[in-house]
Ligand binder design. Structure first.
Ligand SMILES: C[S@@+](CC[C@H](N)C(=O)[O-])C[C@H]1O[C@@H](n2cnc3c(N)ncnc32)[C@H](O)[C@@H]1O
Length: 335
């Protein structure tokens, strides 16, 4: 694989830990199915290569769109996710209600959540009459979720596992797979493979939820500019929306049926351009990626200069509307 040498010469290797983007292939003893394109090559360095153009011939922007690095760690964000990471406490019950309604919850069903975090949004679902199973690759997140369950006298199956490997549930056992703000960390064809493997005899729902904001809101404008600067530096951030669309359209091609998108809760909060800068500065990675610290610092510096010019005052709070949207699709078994 000549390109592997080419990529590692230019792109840093991951320091260690699991390679979250590596496809696991079929589970042991399972028949695999893949929607991946024929030119998809996975180099040892952990970068997805989508092109056979030699890496030295690419501009930083082209590199960013052709190479996708491994996902960022979240262990440093436990306190933020324990507090719901921007989703108010009174919205969480409404989110659980909406999800139960969209997938027509039936007592005793087994539900699997991917990327549970500290469980702030999941607790309301654990209380429903389902067999809840949650996985996350972060030991720290799962520990925080276990603690929250204990405080409320609840029990649930929580597993530290990489969603890009075989999901730790049996073939044919799951009625609903759901994920809030996390599925874009998984390889999309692996998601579809696993969904088909674990779908119950009556099929399986895939439901995704996330916070949405108007295009002109400070958060969205700042994020868009940050991603442009990051792309110019040679790193393409992950778009949860584009990822979800690619998973849903693959499932649709297999006969899946979408439910209408549902707004589960709305709220308003104030946000300052400086808040976006501080939030990105304080956590590991950027735009869902691990990027070298000097690249991140350069992007945030340029962003600060741009934002100062665009907004005038970085510290001025601007009220913005936010809402939590759930998108879901049902796949019949043998789809
Ligand atoms: C943005 S947080 C969302 C947490 C929670 N769902 C919420 O909305 O509050 C993303 C979560 O996905 C987890 N995650 C990222 N990549 C993962 C992977 N490959 N397998 C399992 N979990 C992963 C992270 O550890 C983190 O807890």
């Amino acid at each position: 694989m000549g390109l592997v040498g080419g990529t590692s010469a230019v792109w840093p290797r991951r320091a260690g830990g699991t390679n979250a983007w590596r496809r696991a292939g079929p589970c042991p003893g399972e028949v695999g199915w893949s929607g991946g394109g024929p030119n998809l090559v996975i180099p040892r360095s952990g970068w997805h290569v989508y092109s056979t153009t030699p890496v030295h011939a690419l501009s930083p922007r082209d590199k960013a769109t052709r190479y996708r690095p491994t996902t960022m760690p979240y262990h440093d964000q436990v306190p933020r996710f324990k507090q719901g990471a921007g989703v108010p406490a009174d919205a969480r019950e409404a989110i659980a209600d909406a999800l139960a309604d969209v997938v027509a919850l039936e007592r005793g069903q087994a539900w699997l959540e991917i990327g549970v975090g500290a469980g702030a949004l999941s607790l309301a679902l654990v209380r429903r009459p389902i067999r809840y199973i949650g996985l996350d690759r972060s030991t720290e997140m799962i520990a925080a979720f276990r603690e929250a369950l204990g405080e409320q006298g609840l029990r649930a199956a929580l597993i530290v596992a990489d969603g890009n490997a075989c999901w730790p549930v049996a073939r044919g056992s799951i009625a609903v797979v759901f994920s809030f703000r996390a599925l874009h960390h998984l390889d999309s064809s692996h998601v579809v493979d696993e969904l088909r493997r674990i779908a119950s005899p009556r099929g399986v729902w895939l439901a995704l939820g996330g916070v949405r904001r108007p295009e002109e809101s400070v958060t969205v404008v700042m994020r868009k500019r940050m991603r442009e600067l990051l792309t110019d530096a040679g790193y393409a951030g992950k778009s949860a929306e584009a990822h979800a669309e690619s998973v849903f359209s693959t499932i649709e091609r297999l006969g899946g049926c979408r439910a209408p998108a549902r707004v589960a809760a709305r709220w308003t909060r104030s946000h300052r351009p400086a808040d976006s800068l501080a939030a990105w500065d304080s956590k590991a990675g950027l735009a869902g990626l691990e990027v070298p610290p000097h690249v991140k610092a350069g992007v945030l510096e340029k962003l600060g200069v741009w934002a100062e010019e665009f907004y005038g005052d970085l510290g001025k709070p601007v009220p913005q509307e936010e809402y939590f949207e759930i998108a879901a699709i049902h796949l019949a078994t043998n789809g």
